[in-house]
Design a protein around this ligand. Sequence first.
Ligand code: ATP
Length: 318
Amino acid sequence: MHSYSLIAPAKINLYLEIIGDRPDGYHELVMILQSIDLADRIELYPNGTQKIRVHCHHPQVPLDQSNLAYRAAQLMREEFPDTFANLGGVEITIDKRIPVAAGLAGGSADAAAVLVGINQMWQLGLTQPELQTLAAKLGSDVPFCISGGTAIATGRGEQLDPIDDLENLWVVLAKYRSLSVSTAWAYQTYKQQFSNSYISDAKNVQSRTVQVHSGPLVSAIIHKDGALIGKLLHNDLEKVVLPEFPQVAKLREAFERAGGLGTLLSGSGPTIFALCESQGQAEEIKGQVRGAIADPDLEFWLARLASTGIQVASSAKH
Ligand code: ATP
């Protein structure tokens, strides 16, 4: 058997619209998701025991069964019990580079990497769509994290339509180290405040989804019109996250003043990003925002938009 080293990229939302709620408790969404090259590294080693173990030095990442990477390995164990019994468990080491609870799908990316890695380690031969069907059992963002790139995501986020990859653009991201936002809290609060505007019947949900598919942002992405993409960035969750966290609202304002193509809260936040036409512009905006908000708790990352999801960086015979 082989051990594997995988790259698990974060995602940002270029668009997030909450259309309504669903009988399963999730929300009906239409999103445009984008991979960036800020990525965790996942190492998978066959351990020859009947155990799955997670190793990670990041204080906010749990090492028990609540870790999404653990849950991904556990799912593979349940789906392929004979293979697990024959080949044994895995050691999962997470080199955490994606900020945690930041709206960047870090846990989902790790889970996606474990599914891709175990598929190879156990030589299961699952196709990408088959892996994505399994991934949807772990979380709404996990299927996207497998394929990555640029995609329209509908349903609860698990139904994907890839669009032309957006490359050559950069983002500068910023997050207060000590601040995290619960995704569940953000959606629940949105529901409490805005459910009166929800679309409820399936036909209208479908037509809203079609409108976004054929709408101006998707067209701007297809035409690689960075300036227009920047203007059309949108995230409904800003309506609940920004009023609750005034320092995030101020951070967003500082980003807007600094320029770039456009600024947005990613997912449920609290990460704010600016879309930039070059690395130089991203550096400049970082400098300006850092100058405007001199808080040592504020961290920055520069990343390039990425056209790939999970990648196997290397494998070695164990
Ligand atoms: P999303 O945008 O998909 O909701 P997020 O980026 O906001 O995700 P994560 O970084 O995935 O949030 O972490 C959310 C919570 O999940 C954390 O508070 C952490 O305790 C827990 N968690 C479980 N597994 C992981 C993992 N592998 N990496 C990071 N956090 C994890």
